[in-house]
Design a protein around this ligand. Structure first.
Ligand SMILES: [Mg+2]
Length: 284
């Protein structure tokens, strides 16, 4: 029996840092394509649309297509569409988020929304925060695309979506629901997008609190790369650990056998696809 496996791959710190390609990342992706291994780029950045992300990757020499990209904005919009179809949202964020909401049947409004949806971006103003606070107090539900507190940039650190969300939570006393990594909502949706079982899914990322925690909680295999924000010495401080630690994904390209070491658990019991009709017929 052929072992099936596929990869969920974080981008910032794994494929690139800011606008710099991490050496060997392009060779890694090409190796996946050559071996016909399914993969999906998974990002907690809601700013860009799927197409914007694919273009950025292509310009760096990564042979990516739109179908290879899954953002927390897409996960959030799909989640809201399943919770309340054709709803309304007040958006603090940029085009990646508003686009995803529109694609999923949502209207963006500036009063009495079903949800206040928060992503990252440079457009947030005090007026927008004031408006959002009042909306939440009046009954709108607070949704976070992710809770990342900050994000490294080429010039230092910028506050992340989680910081904006914390502001709104403090002001209103209501807690947000977050959809991005490590939330199982996004982690599971991404796996389903690739058509893989839990036991066939491998998450590669540079952040313990999102990529690795998300993967561990879902029962995926996890690979921590040290090309981003985490140092080898940091790993022991966490109560969970990745299955493998590598300097960067270049290691997989240089030594393809390392890819084979990532054997899926093959334990399908936790996640086999159920035949719903059969299931209904089975006495409890
Ligand atoms: Mg990252």
């Amino acid at each position: 029996m052929r072992i099936r496996k596929g990869f969920l791959i974080d981008m910032d710190g794994v494929i690139y840092r800011g606008s710099q390609l991490i050496p060997g990342a392009d060779a890694f992706i090409k190796a996946l394509i050559e071996r016909d291994l399914p993969f999906l780029f998974l990002t907690n950045n809601s700013q860009r649309t799927r197409r914007d992300v694919a273009t950025k990757l292509i310009r760096m020499g990564i042979p990516a297509e739109e179908r290879h990209v899954f953002t927390c904005a897409m996960a959030t919009a799909r989640f809201l569409a399943s919770q309340k179809p054709n709803g309304t949202a007040y958006v603090i964020g940029e085009s990646g988020l508003s686009n995803a909401l529109h694609t999923n049947g949502y209207s963006i409004v500036d009063n009495a929304p079903d949800y206040v949806v928060v992503g990252e971006g440079r457009t947030v103003t005090l007026e927008m925060l004031e408006t959002a606070v009042q909306m939440i107090i009046d009954g709108a539900k607070l949704i976070a695309t992710n809770l990342d507190p900050n994000c490294p940039t080429s010039t230092g650190t910028r506050p992340g979506c989680g910081a904006t969300v914390a502001y709104l939570e403090t002001a209103t006393g209501f807690r947000a629901l977050s959809v991005g990594k490590p939330s199982p909502v996004m982690m599971r949706m991404a796996r389903k997008e690739l058509g893989l079982a839990t036991s066939e899914t491998i998450m590669i990322g540079d952040t313990m609190e999102t990529d690795i925690l998300g993967g561990v909680q879902m029962g995926y295999r996890t690979v921590l790369v040290l090309s981003g924000g985490t140092k080898a010495a940091d790993v022991d401080r966490f109560a969970y650990r990745p299955d493998m630690v590598v300097d960067s994904v270049a290691e997989f390209a240089a030594t393809p056998r390392r890819l084979d070491e990532l054997v899926p658990t093959m334990n399908r019991e936790d996640d086999s696809t159920h035949d719903l009709h059969q299931w209904k017929r089975t006495p409890a």
